[in-house]
Each structure stands twice: as C-alpha cells, then as structure tokens.
Design a protein around this ligand. Structure first.
Ligand code: PLP
Length: 444
C-alpha cells in the first residue's frame, strides 16, 4: 500500500499544493509533478507511489557511498542512542576523529579542520578567514561559479541566475577559466587557453588596486554544469597569486572524496600548485547527514581572534556518519570505482548522445558527467530540452540532475553514489539514451 492509497490528503499532488502554499517560490523543485522520495537502498530510491528509481544524482551528490549504507546507519543509530548533541564546548570524540582523518587526507600541511553544517557556511568561514588574514575584502572568483547562498557566498557566485541580488560586503572580481568550451577563449588549445586566462587574471589584479584576499574556485564547477578549465589552469593562477601573497580557496563541496576518479580532491588536477591554502567540503562526507567544513593550515585557520563555535557543527551524530562513511570509502577504494565505472559511464553516455541533435557536449571526470543540451545550429542553451529529458528519464525510472549551461539549466548532471556498478551504469545510460532519442523526436 502506498502513502497515497492510505491517505489521499497526503498524495504527492496534495503535498505539492501544501508545499507551494507554505514554502518560498524560489525553492527549486524538479518535475512538473514533483515526486516524494520515501526510502532508498544502494543506488536506488522509491517514491511514495511505490515507483523505484536508479539514482544518478545521489540527492545532489550528498549520497556519496550508497543509500542506507548499513555501516553508516548503524553508526548513526548507535550514536543517537547514546546522545544526539551537546556542543563542541565539550570534548567531542567523533569530531576529533573525523578532523584527524580529514586533516590527514587533505594534503594541507599542519592542517586544522573546522566543521560547519553546510557548504555555504564552509565557504563563508573560508572567506572570513581569507579576508581577516589578508585584511582585504577583495576576492577573485570564476565566472559561472556557485559557492552557496549566504551574503558572502552569493557575493562570490558568478552566475546571477543563482544569486539574483547581492548586497555582499565583499568586492568580487570575476575571471575566466571555469568553462572550457564557451566564451572568448573557447577556440584556443589548452596551453593558449591557460595563458589567456592567466593574462586575464593578472590584468584584473592590476585593475583591483590594493590587496586581494583570495581566489575562490571550484575545480569542476558543479551547479555551473560540471565544467572546468584544463588541468593545470589553477596551478598557473596559483603562481600569479603566490607572487602577491593572495590565498587560494579550493571549493571541494562537489569535487572531494574521489568523486572525480583520478584524484581524491579536485585541486589535485592542478597539483603543480601544491595544496590550496584553504579547502572547503560538504555534501558527500556525511552521506546525507549535514556536515560541511573548512581545512586550512594552522597559521591561516588561527588568524581569527574570536572564541567561537558553530552550535551544530561537529555534532556527534553527524560525525559518526562521517567517520563510518569515510572508512567505507577508503576501505572499498571508491575513488578507484569512480575512475573505472565513471570512465565506462562516460563512454556509454558519449555513445548514447552520438547523433542526438540536442546534445552539444558530453564531458566528465569520474562519476561526475555533464550532458550539455543546446539548440541545434545556434548552440544556445536549451533549458526546456533539459527539463524534457529529465521528465522522460524519470518516467523510465532514472533520476538525474540539471544545471549550468551558462545562465540557464541546460546541462544534465550525472553524479551517482560512488558504489555504482557497471550494470547500473549501463542501465542508466540506456534510459538516458532513450530519453534523448525521444526528446530529439519531440523537439526536432
Ligand atoms: N559550493 C559548491 C561548489 C556547491 O555546489 C554548493 C551547493 O550546491 C555549495 C557550495 C553550497 O552548499 P550548501 O548547499 O550545502 O550550502
């Protein structure tokens, strides 16, 4: 029996009406008839009407290992039975343990870790550290970036469609480099692209006059449509920054924990630059529990004179999830799985898209693949096509995300849990292929 049979007033349609009556209009919601997900297992979720879906979005990359992973569920429930929360005013063993592990894998020497409850708050803290350390409120960010929804995170978010108004206290300079195949440098080869972007950054810093605190960048832009500049670009940027004492903040909210396959962190695709000064993380580490955080070397982290805490940051029940999840990830080499299965999936998506008139590009790293849709001929972003493919995929039991594509959501985002199997990759790609073919016919 489904929720709807049991309680018609609780049907998804009714719930949607109640949602609209009480929640903000700008709260993003997928599908013409939004679904209510009630439970999950592995790479699958079920809705309140009993439909089963292969989850290729993992709750926006939050389900890093698997839905209802027994190791995580057990750790959470055991901790919950002991105590849910006190505060980090007292010693918190799970928090210390997770901080030790994250410091060890961060690549940042003499690392200190501060836990928050979201990616936004992590970036807020990173910006607070950088502006305090450098005594400047000027920040460089990439165009097409997304860093969260607080005043300061919005203030470094390059795309106005995700941050329509901002009275940010920060002064932000936007440079190129997040999008390889659009924009003024798209036709250049990688080396020339890096050179042009670096000149752009140098020029921008010259115009800034005075000190700049930091550059904040996602190694692969997430909400921006799983897009990045060539490997090594951020290393070239780093050289320019280092000469001027400017800090580098790597926003790894989507790219951390082996998601990109080849590397544990996104910044490692620019490893010549060494580790960033500040790294932020969130999303996947808690496998759905709200953990965010900042890693920085002690000298940067400790520049705040304040005696401060985050009330819920480091809460033992979330930390228990983080520890169990990270253990599982490392013990089962899920980064390796992301590389292997992600490679196959990308190949399969490229084959699925071949011949489709609405696909402009298929790109990806590890288990982070973007299928950019565009109007044939003009190459203009085509958000309606992305919405249609999303609906068609859902009808056949596949959930994917969308985002980016310049100012509109024209990129299908594929980011399944990192335990994805080859058979599931094949199944999802087949459904997407069918959805693309149907959309081609309906729109063509
Ligand atoms: N940074 C990046 C790269 C993100 O993708 C997001 C969210 O999508 C954030 C920061 C904000 O994280 P949160 O939604 O947890 O506040």
């Amino acid at each position: 029996m489904t929720t709807a049979d049991h309680d018609p007033a609780g049907s998804p349609r009714m719930l949607h009406a109640r949602h609209r009556a009480v929640l903000p209009d700008w709260l993003a919601l997928y599908y013409d008839e939004p679904i209510e997900i009630t439970h999950g297992e592995g790479r699958h979720v079920w809705d309140s009407e009993g439909n089963r879906y292969l989850d290729f979005f993992g709750g926006i990359l939050t389900t890093m290992t698997a839905h209802a992973l027994p190791e995580v569920t057990k750790a959470v429930s055991e901790q919950a039975q002991r105590i849910l929360h006190t505060s980090s005013l007292y010693l918190d063993r799970p928090m210390v343990e997770l901080a030790e592990r994250i410091a060890a894998v961060s690549g940042i020497p003499d690392a200190r870790v501060f836990f928050t409850t979201s990616g936004t708050e992590a970036n807020d803290t990173a910006l607070l550290l950088a502006t305090t350390h450098r005594r400047s409120n000027q920040i460089v960010a990439l165009r097409n970036s997304y860093h969260g929804r607080s005043f300061s995170a919005i203030g470094v978010t390059g795309n106005r469609s995700w941050s329509p108004t901002s009275l940010s206290p920060l002064q932000t300079l936007y440079v190129h480099g997040g999008v390889r195949t659009r924009g003024p440098f798209a036709e250049l080869d990688d080396a020339a692209f890096i050179e042009a972007c670096t000149e752009d950054l140098t020029d921008m810093l010259g115009q800034a006059g005075g000190d700049v605190a930091a550059l904040i960048a996602e190694p692969v832009q997430g909400v921006g449509g799983f897009t990045s500049g060539p490997d090594g670009l951020l290393a070239a940027y780093r050289e320019v920054l280092r000469e001027r004492g400017i800090l580098w903040i790597s926003d790894e909210v989507q790219t951390g924990w082996g998601r990109t396959g080849e590397h544990f962190w996104g910044w490692q695709a620019h490893a010549q630059a060494g580790p960033p000064d500040i790294l932020t993380f969130a999303k996947g580490i808690g496998n759905g529990m709200s953990i965010g955080g900042v890693v920085a070397r002690a000298e940067v982290m400790n520049c705040l004179a304040a005696n401060s805490i985050s009330t819920f940051g480091g809460s033992p029940v979330t930390m228990a999830a983080g520890n169990a999840n990270l253990n599982y990830l490392l013990e089962h080499d899920l980064q390796g799985n992301a590389r292997r299965v992600g490679g196959l999936l990308l190949e399969r998506l490229r084959a699925a898209a071949a011949g489709s008139v609405i696909v402009r590009e298929v790109r990806g790293r590890g288990l982070m693949a973007g299928v950019e849709l565009a109007r044939p001929g003009t190459g203009e972003p085509w958000p309606e096509a992305a919405s249609l493919v999303l609906e068609l995929a859902r009808e056949r039991g596949l959930l994917v995300g969308k985002g980016g594509g310049h100012s509109t959501s024209s990129v299908l985002r594929v980011a399944p849990p990192l335990t994805l199997t080859v058979a599931e990759a094949e199944e999802g790609a087949e459904i997407l292929e069918h959805a693309l073919r149907t959309a081609d016919t309906q729109l063509g």
